[in-house]
Design a protein around this ligand. Structure first.
Ligand code: GLU
Length: 304
């Protein structure tokens, strides 16, 4: 397995030069574009890692399925889906346009920014600290790593430059989607995006989803019905507006983030974490996407 991963890594390094590190959040621009790491954890909990798999990066949008899990646990599906839809958008992740044009106004799904800010508002807590503590507890348990925390520089960098997310959030308060203190909700959202992990953490979290929400030793962390909802969203909306193409080419439920991480869940088989910060024009890690397509072909991982 290690040899195969090394081959896949070597043959996909060439993609990096066609991508670009995100810079709309200033701290993201500091990433080393050459980094490429892959980590796989199988259903027995055995891990194989190659490349820069120990480099730390922030979750960014990979936090969205996890915030959705916590919101479903805290507020239940009826309340969550009263406020957020279940449909892909075909628009960029930070698009504002449909918030006004769709009637009744509600974000189309929890994997775009507007939907994710809404799910964060449905995590229980009197303030942003209580909300993020609940989410961090879930992330640490799923990853089996109690040292996972928040990268403060990234959190501050996003908080200082988040006019678009702020605009969406205030718009959603006006339409009644978002309730309570908008700044508190945004603060929790910025912190969740800045949760710092490695590929190996991502693989372990993905494995928990691949194992129907159970730890390797059989403890339930996420109920099976929630796992099903979240992995379905990963298929339909997890790879920005390239989700359809990725479903056809790789066929693995996955969620990517603008930091260059991708979390991929192969139900019943394995969890995969890939990191490479140079992104394609739709915001997915350019080498990461190709690595997952190759892995899927080599190991016959498509769920379709
Ligand atoms: N923190 C980023 C934002 O809200 C996350 C975007 C992403 O990874 O897609 O803009």
């Amino acid at each position: 397995m290690k040899e195969m991963l090394q081959k896949i890594l070597a043959q996909n390094r060439c993609w990096i030069k066609y991508g670009k590190v995100a810079n709309y959040i200033p701290a993201l621009a500091k990433a080393e574009p050459k980094h490429l790491g892959i980590s796989i954890m199988n259903i027995k909990g055995q891990a194989v890692t190659v490349g820069d798999c120990c480099v730390k990066f922030t979750m960014q949008s990979i936090s969205k399925p996890l915030a959705l899990i916590q919101a479903l646990l805290d507020s239940g599906p009826v309340e969550v889906f009263r406020k957020v839809g279940m449909e892909p958008t075909g628009d960029p992740f930070n698009s504002i346009v449909k918030l006004e044009t769709l009637k009744p106004s509600k974000p189309l799904n929890p994997m775009i920014n507007a939907g994710a800010i809404t799910t964060t508002s449905l995590i229980k807590g009197k303030d942003s600290i209580e909300r993020i503590e609940r989410l961090l507890k879930l992330v640490r348990t799923m990853a089996g790593n109690k040292n996972i925390g928040i990268n403060r520089e990234m959190y501050m960098s996003e908080k200082e430059t988040a006019d678009r997310n702020r605009a969406m959030a205030y718009f959603m308060r006006d339409t009644g989607v978002l309730e309570g203190d908008v700044e508190e909700v945004l603060d929790a959202y910025f912190m969740q995006c800045a949760i710092e992990v490695s590929c190996s953490d991502i693989a372990a979290i993905a494995l928990c989803l691949a194992n129907r929400g159970l730890t390797i030793d059989g403890r339930e962390i996420v109920p099976g019905d929630i796992v099903r909802v979240v992995t379905t969203f990963m298929v339909t909306c997890g790879m920005y507006n390239a989700s359809g193409e990725f479903a056809i080419k790789a066929g693995i439920p996955a969620k990517s983030g603008v930091s260059g991480g991708i979390m991929a869940v192969v139900p019943g088989k394995m969890g995969i974490g890939v990191y490479s910060p140079a992104l394609d024009e739709r915001g997915n890690s350019i080498a990461g996407v190709h690595v997952l397509e190759d892995l899927s072909a080599w190991l016959d991982l498509s769920i379709f």
